[in-house]
Every structure is written in C-alpha cells, then in structure tokens.
Ligand binder design. Structure first.
Ligand SMILES: Cc1cc2nc3c(=O)[nH]c(=O)nc-3n(C[C@H](O)[C@H](O)[C@H](O)COP(=O)(O)OP(=O)(O)OC[C@H]3O[C@@H](n4cnc5c(N)ncnc54)[C@H](O)[C@@H]3O)c2cc1C
Length: 235
C-alpha cells in the first residue's frame, strides 16, 4: 500500500460531464492491478475531503495514475472542477479485488456511463500485454455523445482480435443499428450468446450494478460467475 502527496499533472475532458485527472508517479514506484481503486484526498474549501476512485489508467501506462469522475453538483465535484495542473492531492492505495483472473479466458463486461473506468483499465492492460482474453462488452449510455473513452474503445476494438464491443443507447441517433434502451437479459442473450461460458464484470453506480447483476442472474449466469464493483456515493 502506498500513500503520498502529489499534484494534478493533467486534466482531460472525456464527455461534457466526465473528466480524467492524472497524477505523476515520482519517487514512489507504485504498483497496482488494472481494476483497483485509490483513495483521493483534495482540498474542498480549505479542508481535506476524501473519495475513492477506480483507476482508469492501466499499470502499463507508465509515469502517472489516472482516475475519471462524473462532475456532479457536490462540493467535492465542484472542487475537482476548479482544479488545475499543480494543485495538491493525496493518494492512498491500491485496494480492491475487481481484477482480471490470472489465466486469460472468456469474460463479459457489463457497464454504463462512469462505470467504464476499471474496465477501460483492464482493456488497456490486455492490449498492452498482448493477453489472450476473449472480451465481450455491453456499454450502456444515454446518448452517443456521452460515451466515455469512445474513441479509445473503438481503437481497442480494432487492436484486440477477441474484443467485441456493443453500445446500448437510451436515445440513439436516427440511423442507429445497435442495442436500444437499458441493458437487460434479452440484450445480454442477443449480444453475448455464450454468456454462460463467461466470467462477468459489472461496475458502476450501486443501482446499476444491482440491476445488471439481476439481469445476468435471471438468464442463468451463476452468482459465482459475476464480479461486482459498486461505486457507492452515487444513487
Ligand atoms: C470502489 C469504488 C470505486 C469508485 N470509482 C469511481 C470512479 O471511477 N469514478 C467516479 O466518478 N466515482 C467512483 N466512485 C464513487 C465516488 O467515490 C463518489 O462517491 C461519487 O463520485 C459521488 O461523489 P460526488 O462528489 O458526486 O457526490 P457526494 O455528494 O460527494 O456524495 C454523494 C453522497 O454519498 C456519500 N458518499 C460519497 N462517497 C461515498 C462512498 N464512497 N461511500 C459511501 N458514501 C459516500 C456522501 O457523503 C454524500 O452523502 C467509486 C466508489 C467506489 C466505492
């Protein structure tokens, strides 16, 4: 476990409401697994305030840690929104077992919106390490514009021979041919026909994780084939 003071080195606007924050890793040689989370302390109106975040970066991306946050109206979010390169933060971690199995196999990623963060880290890790995971991902969003890491996911899709990516959109553009509405059992069955052979990873706000877990269980995925990462703090 590492705990260190650092400063923001880069801020990246991912969608109209989502931003990534990067922190350099200097003297401390921090190691972590793709999918783990860190506690992040920042100054909110002069006082320390702490939230935890999955890293959206992969350990193969050297020199920085990155987390990605939906900017809400909360005091913490608004302090983040005001942050600029050079501003102070304290990081502590890594924690969590929402990580890839040691042996490459068939996995299914189910998520929506901000829940993409640990899964993006895992996909980047799989691609950079050339691992032979077979990944099918269903990613739900409100609209095309709100898909976080959209261009990178498309690049990973081209890069990885065994990565199937399907977007489900609640309000798709007129010529949309993909899945529509919220991800449900029927959509999982349709886009992941071999769902019974896969280890599922479900991440995001608690209500979404609960609902996606129920949908998977209802079509017969056993509970021990489902790993969950619940972003407590969101409704
Ligand atoms: C393992 C893990 C990974 C996460 N990864 C991400 C991520 O990658 N991106 C992301 O945007 N968010 C992530 N979260 C959620 C994040 O920690 C914040 O809770 C969330 O972003 C809401 O913060 P806010 O500033 O919008 O709202 P706030 O107003 O700060 O929080 C909303 C309410 O929830 C309470 N609360 C805040 N955080 C927690 C908490 N962790 N547990 C219990 N109650 C809490 C607050 O006291 C408040 O009442 C993760 C959470 C967990 C547990």
């Amino acid at each position: 476990m590492w705990e260190f003071e650092t400063e923001v080195s880069k801020i990246i606007q991912r969608t109209p409401s989502i931003r990534s924050f990067r922190f350099p890793i200097r003297a401390t040689d921090v190691s972590y697994e793709a999918g783990q989370f860190f506690f992040v302390t920042i100054k909110v109106d002069g006082d320390d305030d702490i939230h935890h975040f999955s890293l959206s970066s992969s350990p193969t991306e050297r020199g920085y840690l990155e987390f990605t946050k939906r900017i809400t109206q909360s005091a913490y979010s608004q302090a983040l929104a005001r942050m600029k390169p050079g501003d102070w933060a304290r990081l502590r971690g890594p924690f969590g077992g929402f990580t890839l199995p040691p042996e490459p196999g068939k996995v299914g990623f189910l998520t929506g919106g901000i829940g993409i963060t640990p899964l993006r880290a895992m996909l980047r890790y799989i691609a950079d390490k050339g691992l032979s995971f077979d990944v099918t991902m269903l990613y739900g969003n409100h609209s095309w514009e709100e898909i976080c890491f959209r261009d990178e996911l498309e690049r990973l899709h081209r890069e990885l021979p065994h990565f199937r990516l399907e977007h489900a959109l609640a309000e798709p553009p007129p010529d949309w041919k993909g899945a529509r509405g919220l991800i449900n059992g029927e959509i999982i069955r349709q886009f992941i026909p071999d769902y019974h052979e896969r280890l599922f990873y479900i991440s995001g706000p608690p209500r979404m994780v609960l609902s996606l877990g129920d949908q998977a269980r209802n079509i017969g995925v056993p509970d021990d084939q489902i790993k969950r990462d619940s972003f407590t703090g969101y409704d």
